[in-house]
Ligand binder design. Sequence first.
Ligand SMILES: Nc1ncnc2c1ncn2[C@@H]1O[C@H](COP(=O)(O)OP(=O)(O)OP(=O)(O)O)[C@@H](O)[C@H]1O
Ligand SMILES: [Mg+2]
Length: 232
Amino acid sequence: MSNVIELKDVWRIYNEGAEEPVYALQGVSISIRHGEYSAIVGTSGSGKSTLMNIIGCLDRPTRGTYMLDGIDIENRSDDELATIRNKTVGFVFQQFNLLGSMSALKNVMLPLVYAGIPGKERKIRAELALKEVGLENRMHHRPNELSGGQQQRVAIARAIVNKPSILLADEPTGALDSTTASEIMDLFGRLVKEGMTVILVTHDPETASRANRIIKVRDGKILEDIAMGTVS
Ligand SMILES: Nc1ncnc2c1ncn2[C@@H]1O[C@H](COP(=O)(O)OP(=O)(O)OP(=O)(O)O)[C@@H](O)[C@H]1O
Ligand SMILES: [Mg+2]
């Protein structure tokens, strides 16, 4: 397996040059291979989301290099970066971030609108993604007519509908009860088996233990990086 993500000595300093700069990442180096399933853990404020934002090209390192799929991010314009991001990365968040006025199907179709996919194909692909997450019977429901776990499934369908190679999830089970959380983790496990690279942030050791690699962050540095064997 080749590396899909390679960070070398990455620093992220917020408010650099101001009176109180924040050293959110301090010399982080990690490589993640295609098809790996990683959990990023660490206390609040340790730099997990900052790291995810850089991996997902929502933000850039202050210093250091980031290669995504062999592309050096530093030399790319913001527009190029957005294109790379839309093609390569799917995002899932703790609060689902669905549009309340739209059905599950419309929510999942949205990234395909931005990608310029024609209407008919949009619907077919969105339906397939919703099927993949087990929601074929809830496609026309709006978010407030769905349970938390179902809403997160819609968000996952939306994240994978463009067929990204990487799925990034920041506390995806943080708003769910443990049974529902476990079902969402089963779904991530299945996506990994199908070849997706999944990276999630979690506070919960049980959730982290479902991944095959645990990356522990403290004070903006990698404290531990443990391989766990096969995915459960
Ligand atoms: N936009 C920003 N401007 C200034 N400081 C920031 C900004 N975003 C994050 N920080 C700071 O950077 C540090 C790392 O924040 P980050 O959000 O990455 O932590 P985290 O590990 O995700 O925490 P949590 O578990 O609470 O989500 C914190 O000290 C935070 O206050
Ligand atoms: Mg965070």
